[in-house]
Design a protein around this ligand. Structure first.
Ligand code: WTA
Length: 663
């Protein structure tokens, strides 16, 4: 992969094509700059004009209440997110428009119009009520990528239940921890999901998790893959606890008034990895979140009424929340969902779907683009991709080589690319080109969205000069910012508002630190360099080194473990784990496999280390800190390595380098 040097040397400018610019919602760099200037002078007025596009049951009293580091937006307002995504589209021509077009991995296709989606969501909201779920209760969703996942989320939002979607690739143990942290009352799942032509047995994982989740009273199970009844399949069934989705839905009314919820009513919790072993429950609320998600989706993806828009993210990630479900539906757009693996049954599955559904806007991750690039241009070339007019990326920095390939091989050289920087915590896109306005530089997420005060600063919050690296921060609160870490406001403050300090050492509680390093160039363009904390980005998935380390040390053969990321051509980063063994255990290939499997069981296969290396001791500084920089160098092959199955001895290297790391 071309490295950061190439990334920084990349100088090409790609101006919005005039064809695109002519019709865009936001057209011309000057127009955008003027908006940015106005928003800088009065950010609250900017966000108010966005909030006014939504349907409020009761107007707010106060736009922003900022008691650093805690913000509240549109205070006193009453709103319902599902009413904004559904009810308000029913009066005009959108009523019979496709809200969701879905394709299952085996090939079936379903379309739900806004009217149909509305009825399903109302029905499901009544199902939730019938199961005793009330506003404020937490509901865990562990579902495949099927329309019912969106129905479940919208159903929760309709009655004010707080959803916690757990990516179906997480293991039973990871699911259990997330359910327990949120004290969820209900779990919504499916018997299984299709992936790579196989059935992924989701209900089994739920059964295993629920053995130690005392807060859960009921489970709702969608029949996706299985037999007609639990008896006819080999599905375990807990009478009284488990209920079939279709049976409950058949009895439920399709009318359910949308609850008038406070603007600051919690909407969802989404767990993400931080720098410790315990995932953080990022808490988002309603009014501000919806405001920013709706406006960003409209402008950045330039949504038009006749578009088919496809974001390939799973609903288990924040991108799936904001830009598969809520953003597009709030705009009355048609959102396309796909259930399965990207390369199944063949490497052109995505391109075939784009051609068959005439997809216009396509939003995916650099890791996917790199793997398509490796498979070769012959796969997209087999299909007519001329419907595409706009492309997007998210999740990690995109290397210019992949950007250029995406631009040419997928976009036919005519589609602008929006490289969108944001996080689970920011809720919505923060730094991004606007496709009809911003000249793109491959590899740069370009400039902050209007109303967003992002900067690159030093430890004391002072802007660093162009070209110099620093901390990527956001200075002012934004509407869709996380409100806290669920149940742990202190961790919220420590995690995001402690690194940037005043010269006297006191915390700057008014500056949000993203965890990313970045630099700005002379045009003010942002170049995100990646995480500077102990968070890995593996195929666009966030994982903490400590999370993987604690999974490893929970295996009896392991005495100590250190996990680092090494550059990987496809995944961005791959996991290398250095392991010292407990007394009496000796290294073997079998044990390596066992440990990799053990991590997959504890977290999910997304966390399975690509490499395990056994060592006599872990290199440490004199004060006992693991020398991660040295391990990263060793893992990236910059330092000579020995035979894989014998114990490696890093002590000499460690002694040589300890001076440097201690400083
Ligand atoms: C990284 C995903 C560079 C970054 C929406 C961030 C990016 C983390 C980009 C958040 C981008 C995301 N360019 N880096 N366009 N987008 N990142 O919470 O390190 O899963 O902090 O949210 O991904 O990952 P998360």
């Amino acid at each position: 992969m071309d490295g950061i040097d190439v990334l920084l040397k990349e100088r090409r400018l790609y101006r919005p094509p005039s064809q695109f610019q002519k019709k865009a919602h936001l057209s011309g760099f000057e127009v955008l700059e003027e908006l940015r200037r106005k928003a800088r002078r009065d950010p609250e007025a900017f966000w108010v004009s966005a909030a006014k596009e939504l349907f409020w049951i009761k107007p707010w009293r106060k736009v922003l209440d900022w008691k650093p580091p805690f913000a509240q937006w549109f205070v006193g307002g009453k709103i319902n997110l599902s009413a904004n995504c559904l009810d308000r589209h029913l009066s005009g021509a959108r009523r019979n428009k496709a809200a969701i077009i879905w394709e299952g991995e085996p090939g079936e296709i379903r379309t739900l119009t806004y009217q149909q989606l509305y009825s399903e969501v109302c029905r499901f909201a009544n199902v939730l009520k019938g199961l005793g779920v009330r506003a404020g209760d937490r509901v865990a969703i562990y579902m495949p990528m099927v329309p019912e996942a969106a129905i479940a989320m919208l159903g929760c939002a309709r009655i004010g239940a707080v959803h916690s979607v757990v990516f179906a690739g997480f293991s039973a143990e990871a699911l259990r921890d997330r359910i327990n942290d949120a004290q969820a009352k209900l779990v919504i799942t499916a018997d299984g999901s299709y992936r790579w032509g196989q059935v992924l047995r989701l209900k089994d994982a739920v059964d295993e998790a629920l053995r130690s989740c005392p807060s859960v009273e009921k489970a709702v199970v969608l029949r996706r893959t299985g037999a007609a009844s639990p008896e006819a399949s080999d599905l375990a069934w807990s009478e009284g606890r488990d209920h079939w989705w279709h049976e409950l839905m058949a009895r439920a009314s399709d009318r359910c008034e949308a609850e008038a919820l406070d603007s600051e009513h919690p909407l969802f919790i989404l767990y993400t990895s931080g720098s410790t072993g315990k995932p953080k429950g990022v808490l988002h609320t309603t009014g501000g979140y919806l405001t920013q998600v709706t406006l960003t989706a409209k402008w950045i993806f330039d949504l038009r009424d006749d578009d088919v828009y496809w974001c390939t993210a799973d609903v288990g990630w924040v991108t799936g929340h904001s830009y598969v479900v809520y953003g597009p539906l709030a705009n009355g757009a048609t959102t396309f969902m796909y259930e399965g693996a990207p390369l199944h049954p063949s490497a052109d599955r995505f391109w075939s779907m784009i051609a068959r559904h005439r997809v216009n806007v396509f939003y995916t991750a650099p890791t996917a683009i790199r793997s398509f690039m490796r498979l070769g241009e012959q796969w997209p070339a087999k299909h007519d991709l001329s419907s595409l007019r706009l492309l997007g990326t998210v999740g990690e920095p995109i290397n210019p080589q992949a950007w250029l390939w995406y631009h040419r091989a997928i976009g036919g050289g005519r589609c602008p690319i929006v490289d969108t920087w944001w996080q689970t915590e920011t809720g919505a896109i923060m730094i991004t080109p606007l496709p009809g306005a911003t000249p793109a530089k491959p590899g740069s997420a370009t400039l902050p969205f209007p109303g967003i005060d992002a900067d690159v600063v030093d430890k004391n919050g002072r802007p660093v000069p162009p070209g110099k690296g620093g901390y990527l921060v956001i200075r002012r609160p934004w509407p869709s910012m996380l409100r806290s870490i669920y149940g742990d406001p202190k961790r919220y403050e420590d995690q995001y508002f402690s690194q940037i300090t005043s010269p006297d050492g006191s915390r700057r509680r008014d500056i949000y630190f993203t965890g990313d390093g970045a630099r700005k160039d002379k045009d003010g363009y942002f170049w995100v360099l990646g995480r500077i904390d102990d968070v890995l980005n593996v195929s666009g998935h966030r994982l903490s080194t400590m999370e993987v380390e604690s999974a490893l040390v929970s295996h009896p053969a392991v005495a100590e473990a250190a996990v680092v990321g090494r550059p990987d051509e496809i995944q961005g980063q791959a996991i290398t784990a250095f392991v010292t063994l407990a007394g009496g255990r000796s290294p073997s290939d079998g044990l390596k496999d066992e440990l990799r499997q053990h991590v997959a069981k504890a977290i999910g296969s997304l966390a399975r280390p690509s490499e395990i290396r056994f060592s006599e001791t872990l290199p440490k500084t004199r004060s006992g800190k693991i020398m991660r920089r040295l391990l990263r160098e060793i893992a990236s092959g910059e330092t000579v390595r020995g035979d894989v199955t014998t114990l490696e001895d890093f002590s000499v290297l460690a002694r040589l380098q300890s001076q440097g790391e201690e400083e």
